[in-house]
Design a protein around this ligand. Structure first.
Ligand SMILES: Cc1ncc(C[n+]2csc(CCOP(=O)(O)OP(=O)(O)O)c2C)c(N)n1
Ligand SMILES: [Mg+2]
Length: 579
């Protein structure tokens, strides 16, 4: 720690430095965990942060550290901190920063950077890159700190930008020279800022609340859609009360599953393709009308053509006023934080609320019953080889028995089938590929979920999806985290049966057949298991959860079982032509 030593033997004043001030600023704001990958110029920052009592989780690739930080932000409402080296490390982290911004997760990517004047004159410094300019379009905000006395302000601004209003990814550029700057410790202490009320409540206007409730009250076929913004808000009890008090059927978006248990009688997931076109008034709570909801129009919503409006009226409850009218007309925008909006609805509704018309509710129940029975029939089958359904039937039981476990999920078929088969029972227990359908979030999410919540983590991974972050199994083993990874091994992307018509190389979607992913865990002292039947999978998962040891189960799935692109085949022009 030579850099911290005062150069001039000052008898009275003590000196501190940039390294120390970054650490002090984070600690002062309760940011006690850093997802990092060391190297020039931040190696000492990771060491000293650890010595100062911060938890420093060191990764094998910055992208995974970044995904970890992003989901830590979602789970805790505090910005997740990712720390990287300059240029290539920064670029590796950037993907996660963009992901955080897209998904509205609070995250701060802190990257060291090279000598400003050399970078700006493009004189060819070590890892030279104008990082701030590159980060800007992908971040909610981006700042650079040049002087030690500005570190307090820089960190404070980054925190506020990440968590206030609509959360997002923030970039903080810290040039190498900043870390070594010496500054009087007492004066420096006064420059630090403990951010007061970083995410102030945003109370909705009362006329907007009334307008929304009037519309909802008049509805004959109302529907509530809960998005991950509703899950983020941690207003779980009020959201449940709102849904139950209105008696309105609801659909949870993927990461809102479990806000109310998926087995709730008002849950309309099993009748999704009936309620979307059938509803006349839809209340969106923290859910955007993006591609995941077919932009609020088209055939999914009962429109004639793919861009036609289905006739629904929309109430949109969102923290961002710009969200309304993004795709279709919003008849009743309610702008505010989800917690404040939902509690305003409850206050305004005090005087009784009539349940929706019985016809609507019974039609939904009817559809649900049919689809659930059909699914039960499929799940009861025990084909050989094991397929997605028979394997996920096991996962479904395990999650039911362990409702506090966090489920990480990525893949195509491995994602879509898990989402629809595995019920969630508690809020913020399902974390997945998010708005972009990103492959690669898996192991980073596992690390952060285990570290931030201390709960058991279960990851259901397509074999392709797992490959994006598979080396972080070493990280999981190194920190001895309670993570049970199940690789749904169907020998490839979507399935393992494609053939190169010309011979020679295997088809682009096919991997080494019969790969033993379980050996990866064994290589690092974790537990590796190989499961070819549901019974073996069940035993392996139960043992993993009982022991809380890092475990990787290679679940062999019928290589013919998947569908190209999973549920989004319609977005795949090649697949469209084939049929
Ligand atoms: C970063 C990124 N690269 C590529 C893709 C395209 N993609 C979508 S799903 C998928 C993998 C699907 O295979 P797998 O994970 O094995 O799931 P399966 O359908 O076989 O269960 C890929 C590569 C993506 N979504 N994200
Ligand atoms: Mg696969």
């Amino acid at each position: 720690m030579g850099t911290a030593e005062p150069q001039v033997a000052a008898e009275t004043s003590q000196l501190t430095d940039g390294f120390q001030l970054v650490i002090d600023a984070l600690k002062l704001n309760g940011l006690d965990t850093v997802y990092a990958l060391p190297g020039i110029p931040i190696t000492d920052l990771t060491r000293r942060a650890q010595a100062e009592g911060l938890r420093v989780l060191s990764f094998r690739h910055e992208q995974n550290a970044g995904y970890a930080a992003s989901i830590a932000g979602f789970l805790t409402q505090k910005p997740g901190i990712c720390l990287t080296v300059s240029a290539p490390g920064f670029l590796n982290g950037l993907n996660a920063l963009a992901h955080a911004t897209t998904n509205c997760f609070p995250m701060i990517l802190i990257s060291g950077s090279s000598e400003r004047e050399i970078v700006d004159l493009q004189q060819g410094d070590y890892e030279e890159l104008d990082q701030l300019a590159i980060a800007k379009p992908l971040a909610k905000a981006a700042y650079r700190v040049l002087h030690a006395e500005d570190i307090g302000i820089g960190v404070a601004r980054a925190i506020r930008a990440a968590v206030s209003g609509r959360p997002g990814g923030v970039y903080l550029d810290l040039p190498a020279k900043l870390f070594a700057q010496s500054i009087d410790a007492e004066a420096a202490r006064k420059t630090l800022i403990k951010v007061v009320d970083p995410a102030p409540k945003q109370i909705p206007a009362s006329d907007a609340v009334r307008r929304a409730l009037d519309l909802l009250k008049a509805a004959k076929r109302p529907l509530i859609i809960l998005g991950k913004g509703a899950a983020y808000a941690q207003a779980d009890a009020d959201i449940r009360t709102l849904v139950e008090k209105t008696g309105i059927p609801y659909l949870p978006m993927s990461m809102a599953k479990g806000l109310l248990p998926d087995t709730h009688e008002q849950c309309a997931s099993a009748a999704r393709s009936f309620v979307l076109p059938g509803a006349d008034v839809v209340m969106l709570i923290g859910a955007r009308l993006n591609w995941l909801l077919s932009h609020g129009k088209g055939k999914t919503w009962g429109g004639k053509g793919h861009k036609d409006w289905g006739g629904q009226k929309f109430i949109q409850v969102d923290i961002s006023p710009q969200e309304a009218d993004s795709n279709v007309r919003i008849d009743a925008p309610v702008v505010g934080d989800i917690g404040s909006c939902v509690s305003a609805f409850l206050n305004e509704m005090k005087t009784g609320w009539a349940k929706p018309p019985a016809e609507w509710l019974s039609a939904i129940q009817e559809k649900k019953k049919g689809n659930i029975a059909k699914m039960a029939e499929t799940l009861a089958k025990d084909p050989s080889p094991m397929n997605f359904h028979s394997a996920l039937n096991v996962v479904r039981d395990i999650v039911k028995a362990n409702p506090d476990a966090i489920l990480v999920n990525e893949g195509a078929n491995a994602l879509d089938f898990t989402r629809s088969i595995v019920d969630m029972y508690k809020p913020r227990k399902r974390i997945d590929v998010g708005t972009w359908g990103i492959m690669g979030i898996g192991m980073g999410y596992c690390v952060a979920a285990a570290v931030a919540t201390k709960q058991q983590v279960i990851a259901i991974e397509g074999d392709s999806a797992f490959g994006f972050s598979g080396m972080e199994v070493e990280t999981i083993c190194r920190y001895d985290l309670p993570v049970c990874i199940v690789v749904m091994n169907n020998n490839g992307v979507y399935k393992g049966t494609d053939v190169n018509p010309r011979g020679g190389d295997v088809a682009p979607t096919v991997f080494v057949k019969g790969a033993r992913y379980d050996k990866i865990a064994e290589a690092f002292g974790g537990v590796g298991m190989h499961a070819t039947t549901p019974a073996q999978l069940r035993k392996a998962m139960e043992e993993a959860i009982r022991s809380r040891k890092p475990t990787l189960i290679n679940a062999v799935i019928d290589e013919t079982a998947g569908t190209e692109s999973g549920r989004i085949t319609s977005l795949n022009p090649t697949a469209g032509k084939k049929k």
